[in-house]
Design a protein around this ligand. Structure first.
Ligand code: ADP
Ligand code: TRP
Length: 336
């Protein structure tokens, strides 16, 4: 049986962090044996919000290097850069004729960007979901591992695909957002303010490129409080976040000890020592991130290897994209 096609993209707008790893990249790595996978760096998309391209090349290289360091195998998956596949741009053009101004203006992410950058409401921002649909449909992907905030974009991709199929003929299967776990892992910012993210407070974000000392410093500064008021209390979200991270990187016995200490604590009898817990978490986290950081740095410094990975990814992606585009042109009577 043919494997299902999986596709996802990451915008190269900053350093990748622990949330990206556990919320996205770890899932990509798990999928590479069971599906035909396309993973790419969405550098065209980043131009909608980051028009300055001076840092872009380095960011793109880092995202590729970090993905490989996290376990993506360029021999198993197509790992490529969006702008290396011009077929996407042609499909974007066709899909733009099937996308309506009204629906694009109603998109939640568009409205948010208009609020954030009122002086740069460019057409690329408006048609962002059309380009994303082209990314997905060019490979006729059906499973798209993304976070909750992307579900509306997926719904729009299905609408554009259906309109194309109805108007010109059946070319595209309908793509859906995909998660491995019923409960998605979500890492909060270490200061307790919202999710850990690329552009948030850097001291509250653990980057895959952070050195051991920065990791220690950031975790030791993470928000805690005076301890639970009663035994078996519900954990405040910033404390839960420390436990969530511990569950991801520490030994079972370590986690159990701190869970037990937490549950045995009450006002006036606080058994759990958050200082000790953070110290332990910092060590385990540093040990977890170190090999990823070192491997990514090695790959990024090895320009021959990096360009081989990039070329290999582009070739795989273009071969498949071209097959779809030929079919699209034929179906639209555009094959002269
Ligand atoms: P950021 O908010 O850092 O810019 P993106 O929005 O580019 O990250 O998300 C890239 C991927 O990483 C998405 O699949 C998203 O769901 C995942 N992700 C981002 N932040 C977190 C987080 N704090 N916890 C879990 N997953 C996250
Ligand atoms: N919009 C996605 C994000 O902000 C990135 C992205 C671009 C993407 N094209 C895609 C994700 C195609 C999945 C499929 O995270």
């Amino acid at each position: 049986m043919e494997k299902e096609v999986v596709l996802s993209g990451i915008r190269p707008t900053g350093f990748l962090h622990l949330g990206n790893y556990f919320g996205a990249m770890r899932n990509y790595v798990r999928m590479q044996d069971d599906y035909t996978c396309y993973f790419f760096v969405a550098n065209w998309h980043s131009l909608t919000t980051h028009p300055d391209t001076r840092q872009l090349q380095e960011s793109v290289h880092r995202v590729i290097a970090e993905n490989v360091a996290c376990g993506l195998d360029p021999d198993k998956v197509a790992l490529y850069i969006q702008s290396d596949v011009p077929e996407i741009a042609e499909l974007y053009l066709y899909l733009n004729m099937l996308a309506y101004k009204g629906e694009l203006e109603k998109t939640v992410t568009f409205k948010e960007k208009v609020r954030l950058q009122p002086d740069n409401v460019n057409a690329g921002l408006l048609t962002y979901p059309v380009l994303q649909a082209a990314d997905i449909l060019i490979h006729r992907a059906v499973k798209v591992p993304v976070g909750k905030d992307q579900e509306q974009h997926l719904e729009m991709a299905r609408n554009f695909a259906e309109r194309f199929n109805y108007r010109y003929g059946d070319v595209f299967p309908l793509p859906y957002a995909f998660n491995y776990h019923s409960e998605l892992v979500r890492i909060m910012s270490l200061d307790g303010n919202g999710k850990m993210s690329k552009s948030e407070n850097q001291m509250a974000t653990l980057y895959l490129a952070d050195d051991d000392d920065s990791i220690r410093k950031k975790i030791m500064k993470a928000k805690t409080d005076a301890g639970p008021a009663m035994p078996n209390a519900e954990k405040p979200d910033y404390i839960q976040n420390l436990f969530t991270m511990m569950h991801l990187v520490s030994a079972q016995s370590t986690i159990q000890k701190f869970e037990d200490d937490f549950n045995a604590s009450s006002a006036g009898n606080v058994v759990i020592r958050y200082g000790d817990m953070k110290k332990q978490l910092a060590e385990d986290m540093a040990n977890f991130i170190k090999p990823i950081r070192e491997k990514a740095a090695d790959i990024q410094a090895d320009t021959t290897r990096l360009s081989r990975i990039i070329r290999q990814g582009a070739e795989k992606a273009r071969a498949n994209a071209d097959a779809t585009l030929q079919l699209v042109r034929k179906t639209m009577n555009m094959n002269y």
